[in-house]
Design a protein around this ligand. Structure first.
Ligand code: NAP
Length: 264
């Protein structure tokens, strides 16, 4: 249901060709936002599909092909958004990977190629920092009291064998969020994170094997189901909207209760 909570707000969403990023782009458009869809060049079909959904809602969409690990491309993404729409009000940094794409293995740290460690850090942590920095600089320069939302993970608070690097990157995103929240608060820019639990997307299909395997895993959670991308999109909508105007430096966990037994 649309209540125009983001009417005419200009939003940049990385990873918007797929999964959580795409659902967030469409949900934001339902609420009146115009959206810059930023994703890898190899995801052009997904970016086009997201674009068509947004345009069908009567909102504008622009596709920018980028790799978030390349700082110059990230700066160009922000410049392209400003060229197309005049400003940026909201960033959702959703681009991420759960393992090194060049390896379908999840070895323990003792056997992990350093290149795999570095690739996850580059995409999940440094890439988020580049996006936050480029958009925040635009907001500061133009006195925009914007909202930045970083997609971390429940893995920021817990870890399991074979997923150590992923947890390290997501814990880093959470602390980056807190640090930027403190540095940008004087400008009225809010920075928050979302730490999803198990959400049914192409990422978890790859991680667990199939949609059915994700659903089976969901049945073990306290609320008895895996999350859907819309669960995260609605959380992002809250953090993007004025309803969360007193939130900064927070991490919200839409996770079906996954973290109820975590201690951190
Ligand atoms: P997804 O469906 O794989 O979407 C992620 C998108 O980001 C893909 O289009 C991906 O392209 C893109 N991407 C990867 N590397 C990139 C790069 N260097 N530059 C630009 N774009 C890049 O995954 P998702 O499940 O929606 O995940 C979105 C975010 O939520 C990620 O940060 C993930 O860690 C986080 N998260 C997901 C879950 C979950 O259960 N799904 C839980 C907690 C947190 P490729 O497909 O080509 O890699």
């Amino acid at each position: 249901m649309s209540t125009g909570r983001l009417q005419d707000r200009i939003t940049v969403i990385t990873g918007a060709a797929s999964g959580i990023g795409r659902a967030t782009a469409i949900r934001f458009a339902e609420e009146g936002a115009h959206v810059v869809i930023a994703d890898l060049p190899s995801q052009s079909a997904g970016a086009q599909a997201t674009t068509e959904r947004i345009q069908a809602l009567g909102r504008r969409a622009e596709v920018v092909a980028i790799d978030v690990t390349q700082e110059a491309q990230v700066r160009e993404m922000a410049e392209a958004a400003v060229a197309a729409f005049g400003r940026i009000d909201i960033l959702v940094a959703a681009a991420g990977i759960e393992q090194d794409p060049s390896s379908r293995e999840r070895p323990p740290i003792l056997d992990l190629p350093t290149s795999s460690w570095q690739r996850l850090l580059d995409v999940n942590l440094t890439g988020v920092m580049y996006c936050n920095r480029a958009v925040a600089q635009h907001m500061v320069d133009n006195h925009i009291r914007g909202s930045i939302i970083n997609i971390a993970s429940g893995a920021a608070r817990r870890v399991r064998p074979g997923m150590v690097t992923y947890s390290v990157t997501k814990a880093g995103v959470w602390m980056l969020t807190r640090g930027l929240a403190s540095e940008l608060a004087p400008y009225g820019i809010r920075v928050n994170a979302i730490g999803p639990g198990t959400i049914e997307t192409p990422m978890t299909h790859r991680l667990y094997g199939s949609a059915e395997d994700v659903a089976n895993r969901g049945q073990t959670l306290p609320l008895g189901r895996a999350g859907q991308p819309i669960d995260i999109a609605n959380t992002a909508l809250f953090l993007a909207s004025d309803e969360s105007s007193f939130y900064t430096g927070s991490i919200l966990h839409p996770d079906g209760g996954s973290l109820l037994t975590a201690t951190l």
